[in-house]
Structure formats: structure tokens, C-alpha cells
Design a binder for this molecule. Structure first.
Ligand SMILES: [Mg+2]
Length: 439
């Protein structure tokens, strides 16, 4: 059933719609459209100059139209006269191939054609900083092991409870909130859902957390490693695959071998095999910034652990690996970070997983060890890329994954990300001076 947005506005007292899309760098772009004009926009889309965003377009490109997907509409709980609606990008009647939500939609259709329905949940960690982003907002949040700190979470009750109340109102099924492992860091969990809904909610969650934090005179950041020496912002993703009715979990069941022992079916094993096989390349998507590589491959943090992987390994219920199988019928990918584009994150999981299913990929040996303490004993697993450039090169080399994500997307993504790397590489840092001046 298609929601008529003009009627939605009338029924709910909405004065403006934010017609929103996400560019290749994860930036959310929107036009604020008065309710009086939404009927036309719902048909035609809102016009944008693609070049002005990160989509690899030139100023000569024709108008790009962001056509709202009315099923995604969310009335802002903190400003009910405004509603947010995710849009799909179209140019001259054609879907813009590199636009992240289009990439995800295409992969969802591929999974559907194979009778599969992917569901995921994300754990989008964030820090609450002071308004200029220079420091943790709570000067008393200094414990060496601040995870689950009761006193510290209550000092930010007004922010956390406001966001949680909104998720309750929206029917997302939030079920827990905590202070995370770094000073100033929090995590809020809501129910897993179908993969497009999770991506839309993930986008909206970032917008909502930032908006509520600003309202309280704070700044929320999802930056992978905003503070040296502290645990970074992960965005762990819990993945399960269901049949087309969405009722039967096809990952659950008695598979054989080491994956069967931890409750994954044969299809679960092969999907996981795809993730393992493409891990070094998909890191370019799940860990897409220069700063991402300060979270993975990090030295031990003040709390004693980074909680981030550095090697392509999987295990049972043990958080020191890239993939954890916490129980039957699902697994957790612990690689993604807070900079991951919500749509591309889900898209690359489906792309790698489907390729694993088709190739009957084997995830390799399960390592039931503490990777943080004994990782040096693992000699048969690749290390994750050490920096963004290595990740981009791995992605470029992985022709199967590139094709699955779409050639137009892959080309645009690699081009813009190489430009970003080059900008970083030409930045002159104090570290160089400190270490080279007297050479
Ligand atoms: Mg966490």
C-alpha cells in the first residue's frame, strides 16, 4: 500500500517534508518541501545538482531527482510538524546506479529472486562531546573501565531517555541503552528488521541522535576513533537470512562441521564464507575513512581492549574476532564502524553473502581463542587492511565484489575515495616534523 504523503501531512499536522538521500560518503542531503507541494514531489521527485554532493557527477549533469519512498516516512518526534522521507535518486528516468539506496535495493531484489530475505540489526555507537567537538561533554566521565557506568549514563539521562522515548514512539522496539567502553560513549539498541528498514532507521538514528544532542548543547559523533587511546565507535551488524515469507530463518538448522556446531545451517555457513572471503575488500565499505583504520589495528585502549578486529577470523560466542556467532541462526559482523554508509553497509553484506552462497564458500577454520591475547598464533588468516589505501586496493582487486556492488557504483566510489586518500596523504602533519626534522 502506497502512503499518500499529502494525506499523511493532513492527517498528522505535517507542514514540511525533508526529502532525503544519502551520498557516497554517507552524508545525508535533503530538501525541505512544504506539504502543499508534496503531492507533485511524490510523483516527480525533488531536484538536486548531483555535482554538489558526493556522487561523482559533473556540473554538466542534468537534474537529479530524489523520489521519496513513502513507505519510509517518519514524523520527527522532536519536531512533529516535519516529516523525513528517504528518497531514491533518478536521472532522466533512470535509477542513478551509484546512489547508495539504489545499490541496496538492487541487491535486495537479487536476494529476493533467490527466495531470500535478509534481516539485520545495527549497534551504532556514538560519543557525546561538548558543542565544539573538542572534548567529552561530561568532565566526571573518567573511569578506566567506564563500560556500563551507572552514574555516567544517568548524567546523560536527559539525552538518552529522550532518544529512547522517540524510538518507542516510532515503534522501533528499543530494548536497552548503556554507557559503552570509552569515556563519553553510548550505545542504544532497537529490534532488528528487514535490511532496507534497518538502513533507513540507521540513517534516521544518526540524524536523530545528532539533533537531540544539539538540542541539549552537545555534539554527537559516530566517528570511528574520535579520541586517541579510547575504544572507537563500532557499528556491529547482526545478520540472519530468512525465506521469502520472512518467517523461517534459513541460517538456523543443523549444518555440519564447525559452523554446524555453533548453530549455522549450510546456507548460513556459505553466506558467512562469502563475508570471510571478501572481508579485506569489503572493509573499504564497512570502514570507509582514513580514521576507520585507527579503530581496527589499534593498540590496546585505556579500558584494556579495542573491541575491534584486526584479522579475518570467526568464532562462536567470543567478541575478540571479526565475526562472532553468538547463538544459532545468526552471526555478528564486528568490523563496521560508525562512518559506514547505512545503505552501503547492508548492500555489501548482501553482495558478499550471496556470492558466498553461490560459490558454496567455506568460511575456513573456527578459532576459539582470545584473539587479543593469542592472535599472533593465527597464521592462516589474512590481516585486515592497515589503512584506507590498502582497503581501496583490496576492493579494486576483488572483481567479484565490485561487480556485485555494481560497476558504476564501484568506479564512482573508488574514484572519490582515492581523491580523499590523496588529500590526506598530502596533508603535512606534526608527526612528520617530529620524526624527520633531525634525520
Ligand atoms: Mg557496543
Amino acid at each position: 500500500m502506497t502512503t499518500d504523503l499529502a494525506k499523511f501531512a493532513k492527517d498528522n499536522g505535517v507542514k514540511y517534508f525533508m526529502i532525503s538521500f544519502t551520498d557516497l560518503f554517507g552524508g545525508q542531503r535533503a530538501k525541505l518541501v512544504p506539504a502543499q507541494a508534496i503531492a507533485g514531489m511524490q510523483q516527480e521527485g525533488a531536484g538536486f545538482a548531483g555535482f554538489a554532493t558526493w556522487l561523482d557527477m559533473t556540473p554538466a549533469h542534468p537534474d537529479m531527482l530524489a523520489v521519496p519512498d513513502p513507505s519510509s516516512v517518519i514524523q520527527l518526534p522532536w519536531k512533529p510538524e516535519v516529516a523525513w522521507v528517504a528518497a531514491n535518486c533518478v536521472m532522466e528516468g533512470q535509477s542513478v546506479e551509484q546512489a547508495p539506496r539504489n545499490v541496496l535495493n538492487r541487491l535486495i531484489a537479487e536476494a529476493e529472486a533467490e527466495g531470500l530475505y535478509v534481516k539485520t540489526g545495527v549497534e551504532a555507537e556514538f560519543f557525546l562531546l561538548n558543542a565544539d567537538g573538542s572534548e567529552i561533554s561530561d568532565p566526571y566521565d573518567t573511569a578506566e573501565k567506564p563500560c556500563y557506568d551507572q552514574q555516567a549514563v544517568m548524567r546523560r539521562y536527559d539525552v538518552i531517555a529522550e532518544i529512547c522515548d522517540y524510538m518507542l514512539e516510532l515503534g522501533w522496539g528499543p530494548y536497552q541503552n548503556d554507557h559503552e567502553d570509552a569515556n563519553g560513549q553510548f550505545e542504544m539498541n532497537w529490534e532488528f528488521d528487514d535490511i532496507l528498514r534497518t538502513a533507513d532507521k540507521h540513517s534516521f538514528f544518526k540524524f536523530m541522535v545528532k539533533s537531540v544532542a544539539e538540542k541539549h548543547g552537545l555534539r554527537a559523533t559516530f566517528m570511528p576513533k574520535p579520541i586517541a587511546g579510547l575504544t572507537g565507535n563500532g557499528c556491529h551488524c547482526h545478520i540472519s537470512v530468512w525465506d521469502k515469507t520472512g518467517k523461517t530463518n534459513v541460517f538456523a538448522g543443523a549444518g555440519d562441521g564447525q559452523t554446524g556446531e555453533v548453530g549455522l545451517s549450510e546456507r548460513g555457513k556459505h553466506f558467512l564464507g562469502g563475508i570471510m572471503k571478501h572481508a579485506s575488500a569489503l572493509a573499504a565499505i564497512t570502514n570507509p575513512t582514513v580514521n576507520s583504520y585507527k579503530r581496527i589495528n589499534a593498540p590496546r585502549t585505556m579500558s584494556g581492549a579495542t573491541w575491534a578486529p584486526n584479522t579475518v577470523t570467526w568464532t562462536g560466542n567470543n567478541r575478540t574476532h571479526m565475526v562472532r556467532v553468538p547463538g544459532p541462526g545468526r552471526f555478528e559482523l564486528r568490523l563496521p564502524d560508525g562512518a559506514a554508509n547505512p545503505y552501503l553497509l547492508q548492500a555489501v553484506i548482501v553482495a558478499a553473502g550471496l556470492s558466498g552462497l553461490r560459490a558454496k564458500a567455506d568460511p575456513g577454520q573456527r578459532h576459539d581463542i582470545d584473539m587479543y591475547a593469542e592472535g599472533h598464533r593465527v597464521t592462516d588468516a589474512p590481516r585486515l587492511p592497515l589503512n584506507l589505501l590498502d582497503a581501496l586496493r583490496e576492493y579494486d582487486r576483488d572483481t567479484g565484489l565490485k561487480a556485485a556492488m555494481g560497476e558504476a557504483f564501484s568506479q564512482a566510489f573508488l574514484k572519490l575515495k582515492h581523491q580523499e586518500w590523496n588529500a590526506y596523504a598530502t596533508h603535512f602533519s606534526q608527526w612528520e616534523k617530529d620524526n624527520t626534522l633531525d634525520i
